[in-house]
Design a protein. Structure first.
Length: 102
């Protein structure tokens, strides 16, 4: 599958999110120079076929809710919990402290 430059930049940026941190879809869109493309970022991540190497589970909604995940909500929660990101009632606990801003 051929990826566009935009898709490549989104996936490369996701790789830079450190363990134990999260980034928002909107923040990721801004980071790749497309500040109005948060939904497009989500669509790109939904197609991620390289989940072990591209940690798209670290991308969440702007209000701290987990959002979608290709492997399901429970797995996203499990992966984040394994990285010491606590989730309570579907939201990241201490969201502002866990937020990664490049």
């Amino acid at each position: 599958m051929q990826l566009s430059d935009f898709e490549k930049s989104v996936l490369a940026s996701v790789k830079k999110i450190p363990r134990g941190k999260v980034m928002t879809y909107a923040g990721l869109a801004r980071a790749v120079g497309r500040p109005r493309a948060a939904r497009a970022v989500g669509n790109i991540l939904a197609k991620n076929r390289d989940i072990p190497h591209i940690p798209c589970h670290r991308v969440v909604r702007s209000d701290g809710r987990l959002g979608g995940y290709r492997l399901g909500f429970k797995r996203k929660r499990k992966f984040l919990s394994a990285e010491s990101v606590q989730i309570k009632e579907g939201r990241v606990v201490d969201f502002k402290e866990k937020l990664y801003t490049p």
